[in-house]
Design a protein around this ligand. Structure first.
Ligand code: CP
Length: 310
């Protein structure tokens, strides 16, 4: 694709530094790819002849398959590599792994890693485009882009919308990417959860902190419900799962007090009955599967835009 004037980023490492015009450029580009995202089997040749490596050091269902589908719909070839099935398990460094892959002529690396900054490290060491598929607690930019793209489709603009991000903010890269981009686009962001699941520097983020979900239920336009990331939590941060669900879960009862057209989001995977009731997750306000479908269009857009800079 021809490089849009506004777009000069070879990599997508995070959303913190992207301007409103750059974010809008991604969304406008994704609109053109929506028709390829829903299983029609249509393809473009925008990345024909390009080689993409999916390098995943943490488990994933949605992001990994979505990037692979997006690359395939763009006409690129995709190689899948996990830490266990590569020579990383024999002690090879991430830098050496990437440099060896580059010696075979790759054009793009999609990386998920438990260490914040791993995508940045790669971007400093190889020529290929680096796309962050989630790094530690730092950022998960394509997840936030697909979340916000979904809101934009339903509301037209983000300006002035009240968005509650609810749950485990401390361990959430999804929350951080959403906070940066929503703020840039003029939304008002509320982070909701127990003090034990807030980042220590939460007061430095452009958000309103709230520990009483019920007090803001009726004024929100969007609920983005986060999973409690038990795999990253070392001590007990709330008395019991039942207690957590009672205070911070999006239940049928809470939905009765919400705006009729409130948008209910979740990045997945869902813990049904913990952060969200099953009826709500599958209900008329839920956009959870629409987000997943939009993820393909967003990832197609990001891949095509980053490739257009080279
Ligand atoms: N939302 C998300 O990142 O899901 P996966 O972990 O399945 O990729």
């Amino acid at each position: 694709m021809k490089k849009p004037k506004i777009w000069n980023n070879k990599h997508l490492l995070g959303l913190k530094k992207l301007s409103a015009d750059e974010l809008t450029c991604i969304f406008d580009t994704a609109e053109n790819y929506v028709k390829y995202a829903g299983g029609t089997g249509q393809k473009t040749d925008d990345l024909k002849g390009k080689l993409v490596v999916n390098l995943f050091f943490e488990d994933s269902t949605r992001t990994r398959s979505s990037f692979a589908i997006a690359a395939s719909r763009l006409g690129a070839d995709v190689i899948e590599l996990t830490a266990k099935a590569s020579s990383l398990s024999k002690g090879e460094t991430l830098r050496d792994t990437a440099r060896n892959l580059e010696a075979m002529g790759i054009d793009m690396v999609v990386i998920r890693h438990s260490a914040g900054g791993a995508p940045y490290l790669l971007s400093q060491n190889i020529e290929a485009s680096i796309l962050n598929a989630g790094d530690g607690y730092h950022e998960h930019p394509t997840q936030a882009l697909l979340d916000i793209f979904t809101i934009r489709q339903l509301r037209g603009s983000l300006e002035g919308l009240k968005v509650a991000i609810v749950g485990d903010i401390a361990h959430s890269r999804v929350a951080r990417s959403n906070i940066w981009a929503l703020n840039t686009l003029g939304a008002k962001v509320f982070v909701v959860g127990p003090p034990t699941l807030m980042p220590s520097a939460v007061n430095k983020l452009p958000v309103t902190v709230c520990h009483d979900f019920d007090s803001i239920i009726s004024e929100m336009d969007v609920f983005n419900m986060l999973r409690v990331q038990s795999e990253r939590i070392k001590s007990q941060v709330f008395p019991s799962t039942r207690e957590y669900s009672r205070i911070f879960g999006l239940t049928n009862n809470r939905m009765k007090r919400a705006k009729k057209d409130v948008i209910v989001m979740h990045p997945g995977p869902i813990n049904r009955g913990v952060e969200i009731d099953s009826d709500v997750a599958d209900g008329p306000n839920s956009t959870i599967l629409k987000q997943v479908t939009n993820g393909v269009a967003i990832r197609m857009a990001v891949m095509a835009l980053c490739d257009s800079v080279k």
